[in-house]
Design a protein around this ligand. Structure first.
Ligand SMILES: *[C@@H]1O[C@H](CO)[C@@H](O)[C@H](O)[C@H]1NC(C)=O
Ligand SMILES: *[C@@H]1O[C@H](CO)[C@@H](O)[C@H](O)[C@H]1NC(C)=O
Ligand SMILES: *[C@@H]1O[C@H](CO)[C@@H](O)[C@H](O)[C@H]1NC(C)=O
Ligand SMILES: *[C@@H]1O[C@H](CO)[C@@H](O)[C@H](O)[C@H]1NC(C)=O
Ligand SMILES: *[C@@H]1O[C@H](CO)[C@@H](O)[C@H](O)[C@H]1NC(C)=O
Length: 439
């Protein structure tokens, strides 16, 4: 548990108030609320960033049809010609729907080994048997329909940019699409970066899907590049270089950040340090909290992706929380719940609301300041649906056959990312509806 205590205690002067919540509101809440949603440990860093040692698989896909449960996944399809009305999918509940999430074989679509729960020996499969039922009347959420996705995006380049939750969603998207339409690998970085930068084409519809791992959305050096360096140095004014170089080819961008900003960094504008969050006090940097840097990185990213006059859709994804729920991250019993939370069983932690609200605010601000322009701004609000799924994480099945030598006292659990297939596929079900909506 010690690693959780590594970070500084909350300091009133270290928190720049956001518009919605005065700083005092942070302090009145118990620190455990932070643990519900955020990481404060260096040991956990490997969860957020590093690839476990694993085989470098041949990148080519084989068709994924073997593991698809056709009986469920293709019955409900999206109405032709765009969604009939504008639905809000953010509130709702998980309802029992056997087989709903059994739509691809993650081993065959080359997901990160630690998210391939079935391969890793996770014995229970009930987490694949739920679908998200939005509470808005007349707004069922259709199962993902690859053909509808690809035909809506014919000729387009979709980029998913952000942290490892963004990767989780990007991998899900390629697996869902690839289950019906064999993809073609266009690019994959090598070695440690192989899950961080890649691009697939779906030639049948001339669609490209890229993933750019850039957990601060902007340029970051230090720990993000080399784990032996203690801090991240984050350049708030410079968009991440890999995706920014490709920005003029991107038609749809999904942006997801949050976890790394909660964790903190030393922040720069140009060459000047403008403040820090969770930096050692002896460095004397002004504490700026996480809210202001989070707003700023979204602004910098949206700015870059609104430039050049290309019509683009920018989808800002909200925070997807972890479910350690007070357990040490190396406990074999962390996130072992086998069912979603029921309505009322779990309150959305205040920090999740705060981070979600920042994303909404920035989306509203971006839409306001670009009204009438070529850029369309949308919010992909996954916070509630993700919060309700403590059962959907790999847990100890981030490791292959974790109990083959008995139950160890300590073993890492991943209670942040979702198993693939799993609840994260729902992010893409909603993304499809957002992209099909008429402007
Ligand atoms: C969806 O509804 C919630 C309230 O239930 C609201 O806070 C939010 O702004 C809405 N989301 C979108 C994308 O309109
Ligand atoms: C496929 O879905 C049906 C329900 O639609 C379920 O009963 C069945 O167990 C599923 N099969 C597999 C292999 O997951
Ligand atoms: C997934 O595919 C792999 C490799 O083709 C295969 O070994 C495995 O049995 C498949 N898993 C399931 C659940 O079908
Ligand atoms: C960086 O400095 C410039 C020039 O002073 C200013 O216009 C800009 O708003 C600053 N950006 C950030 C992210 O603080
Ligand atoms: C931080 O401030 C203290 C007290 O003013 C000073 O002694 C120390 O040298 C400063 N540290 C750095 C890294 O500037």
């Amino acid at each position: 548990m010690g690693a959780y205590q590594y970070r500084q205690p909350l300091d009133r002067h270290n928190l720049k108030p956001s518009r919605k919540n005065p700083a005092g509101c942070f302090l009145s809440k118990p620190v455990c609320a932070w643990l519900a949603c955020a990481f404060f440990s260096l040991a956990l860093f490997h969860l957020l960033c590093c690839s476990p040692a694993g085989s470098q698989r041949a990148a080519a896909f084989s068709p994924l049809l073997s593991y698809i449960n056709n009986t469920y996944s293709f019955v409900s399809s999206v109405p032709a010609g765009g969604a009939a009305k504008s639905c809000n999918y953010s509130e709702g509940q998980w309802v029992w729907a056997p087989g709903h999430a059994r739509r691809y074989n993650a081993t065959q679509c080359n997901v990160k080994e630690s998210h391939d729960c079935i391969r890793n020996g996770r014995p229970d499969t009930g987490y694949l048997d739920w679908r998200w039922q939005p509470s808005a009347a007349g707004c069922p959420l259709p199962a993902f329909d690859s053909r509808a996705f690809l035909s809506a995006l014919r000729g387009k380049h979709v980029a998913i940019i952000g942290d490892s939750m963004a990767r989780n969603q990007a991998q899900s998207l390629v697996c869902l699409l690839g289950a019906a339409f064999p993809p073609h690998l266009l690019h994959r970085d090598e070695g440690q970066q192989r899950h961080n930068f890649w691009r697939y084409a779906f030639p049948a519809y001339d669609v490209k899907v890229s993933f750019y791992w850039n957990p601060f959305l902007v340029r970051a050096t230090g720990k993000a590049e080399d784990e032996s360096i203690p801090y991240n140095h984050v350049h708030l004014d410079q968009p991440g270089d890999r995706w920014a170089a490709d920005a003029d080819t991107i038609d749809v961008a999904v942006l997801a950040a949050g976890h790394w900003l909660l964790n903190g960094a030393i922040y720069y504008n140009g060459s000047a340090v403008v403040g820090a969050h969770n930096a050692p006090p002896e460095l004397n940097y002004t504490g700026v909290g996480y809210a202001w840097p989070l707003r700023t990185v979204y602004r910098t990213a949206v700015e870059r992706l609104s430039s050049g006059g290309r019509p683009r859709t920018l989808v800002l994804a909200t925070f997807s929380p972890a479910h350690f729920d007070g357990s040490p991250f190396d406990s074999p019993t962390a996130c072992t719940k086998m069912e979603p939370y029921r309505e009322g069983e779990k309150e959305l932690a205040w920090i999740c609301r705060e981070v979600r609200d920042i994303v909404y605010d920035e989306a509203a601000e971006a839409a306001r300041s670009r009204a009438g322009g070529a850029t369309r701004i949308e919010v992909l609000d996954v916070t509630k649906l993700a919060t309700m799924r403590p059962d959907g994480h790999p847990g100890v099945y981030m490791n292959r056959d974790p109990f083959k030598h008995g139950v160890p006292d300590r073993i890492f659990s991943d209670c942040l990312h979702f198993c693939l297939p799993g609840p994260v596929d729902t992010f893409n079900e909603i993304l499809l509806q957002i992209l099909r909506k008429r402007r």
